[in-house]
Design a protein around this ligand. Structure first.
Ligand code: ASP
Length: 582
């Protein structure tokens, strides 16, 4: 038996008990006549004591050789500590050691296994198994486990069945590139790893499973923006005989359950916002509504003066920064530099100070008098003491730029409190999105999403205006889930593929199996998927998903610990019927 107790469990009530403990040496202090060792495992730390008067000489000497992270086993007696440590659950006791066995020695770790470590991100990723011994990472993984358990509990109670779907499949379009896997047994043919189990979960509905979920890995070969992973986890769900309202209600329930069980936070009914309003008021389809600073569109009050920058713009739009009038000229200049950074891309920024006496001072006083600026204040909701920041240009671009500025300022103003949770449904997304480069429309969600009833005719006249039965769940400015009511008849699905530029042959080759299935009694169905990694990070009050993933990849999609991806040898290439170009 390696242990009778773990290292977090012994208390004063255990004094005089004979115990066996195993674990890692966190640290040791050698005072000559006494040696203390902190023994660590997942459950906590227990102090061991070796004492000249009470411990044999051999064991004393052996204890002196223990290095950090050695794996040891001890037998001994639980005794009362002379100086208690109220910060440690086991702080009332220590173990007077009578037997010591070194189970394995350890090299000196390349960084300290402490909450605040001296190890940089790269070295911690290379030695991730050591990083996982640290409380912040360990606790994040335990936290993730708790969230996953609560998800399973809630959905199982609602009659959902967890079904596994295959990883070696054919492409499912979720808007990214596929990872592909060559088939040895089928020369020249490839599997694609699923970007999501989308088509399979729909087939499960045709199969009569009624309510499906799966905590599942998805794979998307995208250029990795910060804090994205090429493989990530979804809570994937699908339901039969449902309308949008049924889905929103079940998954609002799931989110509320998680907030209650995990964070002990009770949230009222989630507000809903039309996609068009989200774009107009926040410049963003995933607005953070923990704070205001809503956009005010200023075309009507700022155009048709002498200021051509605004006159020539599609959209002139501003926000009121609470208390922003206290910014110095220099600070405002810095803000202007910030919006002009290539990542944001604005050409400039106009501002108007709202003075405490009700007067205004703007960077464009030449063109706008006090009455004009008072209208700006009215439209943006600015109060005395605020600063109005105004951007102008192409609608889509300027909304994205002002949204970035809004988030940045909110961050600086401390308005993005991770302990406050503001969920929001964004509904009525457009069905199609215009790719400005190619001039083609593609599915905003995915090609299986149904248009709103009665809108299908609009497809041929004004495709961009067609709304979808599609919804996203947003939490604190992050999209944590999204889904739609699906098309469930062959004719509409074929029409959809046609609008998306698939020839009938291409549609048949890629999705024939789904359209075939739709001919055998496909029920109305819909669903959604949550991004589990992001959801866990937000519930855990963290910005980055990496600490909640046991073995994450870096920004170049590499696992630096196992050194993947890596080359494969000639033999293997030959077996797979592959030849490399380079
Ligand atoms: N498959 C979709 C996605 O991965 C989710 C859904 O429509 O249910 O975003």
């Amino acid at each position: 038996m390696y242990r009778s107790h773990n290292n977090g469990s012994l208390r004063a009530s255990d004094i005089n008990t004979e115990v066996t403990l195993s674990g890692w040496v966190q640290k040791s202090r050698d005072k000559g006549f006494m040696i203390w060792v902190d023994l660590r495992d997942r459950y906590g730390i227990t102090q061991l004591i070796f004492d000249e008067d009470r411990t044999s000489k051999v064991i004393m000497e052996h204890a002196r050789t223990l290095g950090r992270e050695f794996v040891i086993q001890v037998k001994g007696t639980v005794i009362e500590r002379a100086s208690k440590n109220p910060n440690l659950p086991t702080g009332d006791i220590e173990i007077l050691v009578s037997e010591l066995t070194v189970l394995n020695e350890a090299l000196l770790p390349p960084f300290t296994i402490e909450d605040e470590t001296d190890g940089g991100e790269d070295v911690r990723m290379k030695y991730r198994y050591l990083d996982i011994r640290r409380n912040p990472v360990k606790n994040s993984l335990i936290f993730r486990h708790k969230v996953a358990i609560e998800v399973r509990k809630y959905l199982s109670n609602q009659d959902f069945i967890e079904v596994e779907t295959p990883y070696l499949i054919k492409s499912t379009p979720e808007g990214a590139r596929d990872f592909v896997v060559p088939s040895r047994m089928n020369e020249g043919q490839f599997y694609a790893l699923p970007q999501s189990p989308q088509t399979f979960k729909q087939l499960l509905m045709v199969g009569g499973m009624d309510k499906y979920f799966q905590i599942v890995k998805c794979f998307r070969d995208e250029d990795l923006r910060a804090d994205r992973q090429p493989e990530f986890t979804q809570i994937d769900c699908e339901m039969t005989f449902v309308e949008q309202e049924d889905i929103l209600s079940i998954f609002e329930g799931l989110t509320r359950h998680l907030l209650k069980e995990i964070n002990d936070v009770v949230v009222d009914k989630f507000p809903r916002m039309l996609y068009d309003d989200a774009m107009r008021l926040y410049g963003n389809d995933k607005p953070d509504i923990r704070f205001g600073m809503e956009f005010g569109e200023l075309n009507a009050v700022a155009q048709h003066k002498e200021f051509n920058v605004f006159n020539n713009a599609e959209l002139v739009v501003g926000i009121a920064v609470p208390g922003g009038n206290s910014y110095t000229r220099k600070e405002i200049d810095k803000l202007i530099d910030w919006v002009k950074r290539p990542q944001v891309g604005a050409l400039g920024m106009v501002y108007s100070r709202c003075n405490d006496d009700g007067s205004y001072k703007s960077s464009v006083d030449k063109f706008y008098d006090q009455d004009d600026l008072a209208k700006w204040a009215e439209v943006t909701g600015a109060k005395p003491g605020d600063l109005i920041c105004v951007l102008s240009g192409n609608v889509n671009k300027v909304r994205a730029q002002l949204s970035a500025l809004r988030m940045e300022l909110a961050e600086r103003l401390g308005l993005r409190d991770p302990k406050v949770f503001a969920p929001l449904w964004v509904i009525d997304f457009p069905l199609l999105e215009l790719d400005e480069e190619t001039g083609h429309y593609h599915a905003m969600h995915h090609p299986f999403t149904s248009p709103k009833p009665g809108q299908i005719e609009l497809l041929s006249t004004d495709p961009g205006a067609v709304k979808a039965n599609a919804y996203d769940l947003v939490l604190n400015g992050n999209e944590i889930g999204g889904g739609s009511i699906r098309i469930h008849d062959k004719a509409t699905q074929a029409l959809m593929f046609d609008y998306l530029g698939f020839t009938p042959e291409e549609a048949k080759a890629q999705f024939g199996f789904l359209m075939d299935a739709f001919q055998y009694g496909a029920p109305p169905h819909g669903g959604l998927a949550f991004g589990l990694d992001r959801l866990v990070a937000i519930l855990g009050g963290q910005e980055t998903i990496r600490d909640f993933i046991a073995f994450p990849k870096n920004n170049s999609g590499r696992d630096v610990m196992i050194d993947a991806p890596s080359a494969i040898d000639q033999e293997q290439l030959k077996e797979l019927h592959l030849k490399l170009d380079a």
